[in-house]
Design a protein around this ligand. Structure first.
Ligand code: CDP
Ligand code: CDP
Length: 212
């Protein structure tokens, strides 16, 4: 029987993780989990309950009680939920409460691909392939702005750039599981690459690993 493949994709906001991850999961027939949705769901639930998102004691029970069937909510994908997510994601109790689900997901038969911030470092340190997707903050903000404008929402590039920088800062400087590339991750800078170009590069990294 073929060995089960586990792929870890990490990187900062709007680097193109999700776009790449979805294509790779289809191509390699892997189960796919967008782990940002877990943190987004906790942030949203906490906000709806009127709780203090910066208080770990209030946030940990929300993460423990999260119903994992509810994470595929379209409203979770918006900018506001991303901001809430990065606040609750700084609490170690929240992260611990979400870790077991992610690890079980990664271990299921058939293989898995997960994307987030700490997949290669904490959730799947033994992943077969780790890819850290990056792009400059300016390129990421431009892509996000174009994406939102294409959806009919008028947003200002400068404002989006500020949000991207704030999120980078919070995710990179938190004490627990900060955003950083695993030592054995392949760095994939997408600043100058098309979506197809990113996909092709990632496939060649993965294929090289599989054939070893
Ligand atoms: O998941 P993450 O926040 O890292 O990024 P995404 O939502 O997959 O991608 C952000 C935006 O960049 C989307 O609108 C993509 O279409 C676009 N994009 C990309 O992902 N890769 C490129 N090489 C060029 C554009
Ligand atoms: O798509 P985008 O990169 O904008 O956001 P996301 O992947 O949905 O993540 C939202 C927030 O959740 C991030 O800014 C992180 O603070 C947090 N997160 C995390 O800490 N660990 C993960 N594995 C995934 C997301």
């Amino acid at each position: 029987m073929a060995k089960t493949l586990v792929i870890a994709i990490d990187g900062p906001a709007a680097a193109g993780k999700g776009t790449l991850a979805k294509r790779l999961a289809i191509h390699y027939r892997l189960h796919y989990l967008d782990t940002g949705l877990l943190y987004r769901a906790v942030g949203r639930k906490a906000q709806a309950a009127g709780l203090d998102l910066d208080n770990p004691e209030e946030m940990t029970p929300i993460a423990r009680d999260l119903n994992f069937h509810d994470i595929d909510e379209p409203s979770l994908r918006g900018r506001e939920a991303g901001e809430l997510a990065s606040r609750v994601a700084a609490h170690s109790g929240v992260r611990q409460a979400l870790n077991a689900f992610q690890r079980e997901f990664a271990a299921q038969p058939g293989g898995a691909l997960l994307d987030g911030r700490d997949i290669g470092t904490v959730i799947c340190p033994d992943a077969d392939v780790k890819i850290f997707v990056t792009a400059s903050a300016e390129v990421r903000a431009r892509r996000r702005t174009d994406e939102l404008n294409a959806k009919g929402r008028t947003v200002v590039y400068e404002r989006i750039l500020e949000e991207v920088r704030q999120r980078d800062d919070r995710d990179s400087n938190r004490a627990v599981s900060p955003l950083k590339a695993a030592d054995d991750a392949h760095l994939l800078d997408t600043s100058e690459l098309s979506i197809d170009g990113v996909f092709r590069k990632a496939c060649s990294l993965i294929d090289a690993q599989i054939s070893r």
